[in-house]
Design a protein around this ligand. Sequence first.
Ligand code: SF4
Length: 206
Amino acid sequence: MKKQEKINAVYTLLDENSPEVIEFLKAPTIWQLLICIILSSQTTDKQVMKVSEHLFKRFTSLSDFMNSPLDDIKDEIKSIGFYNAKAKNIKETARILCTEFNGEVPLDIDTLTALPGVGRKTANCIIGHAKGEDAVIVDTHFKRVINRLGLTKSSDPQKIEMEIRKLLPPQKTFRFSMTANLFGREICHARGAECEKCYLREFCTV
Ligand code: SF4
């Protein structure tokens, strides 16, 4: 089966078998989501949700983050790994967004990835959540699922992103990212994949 045919079939099955709305990190605004994602590196989503609840009560705007002492931000997030670096990145990102972008989060991948603590995965995640499309989010779950399904042989996130972008129109990339990711978390686990209940078994290469 050609890759194009395969991804179309996989997309449809993932779409049909997934909830309409998929959210791993919840935040009421895009700037808050950006901060949550910066916090989430090497940390569980659950831990980020726990910390962010109190964090956004204390810092209610980007300018709050920009104008507050770094130690105050550190104090709020110190239960999270790499909190020193993350606090610095959050404060500097807030400063750039306030001073250069009028407090808005730019929805352009090059501008986003120039912000401190923001890599391609984060940038795609922000764009996807804001626009509902045009985002390939290559995290560990997505990478594993896409490899097992034979849709890539690469382990390089940027290469995988480009390969998927060639196979799917922008309107479908974000939904595909989220459904494949959820499938990886719920069925196609890194260890002990639940192949007996896999609805994508006919496409699997492992
Ligand atoms: S058959 Fe197993 S390894 Fe293959 S995609 Fe399904 S859950 Fe993953």
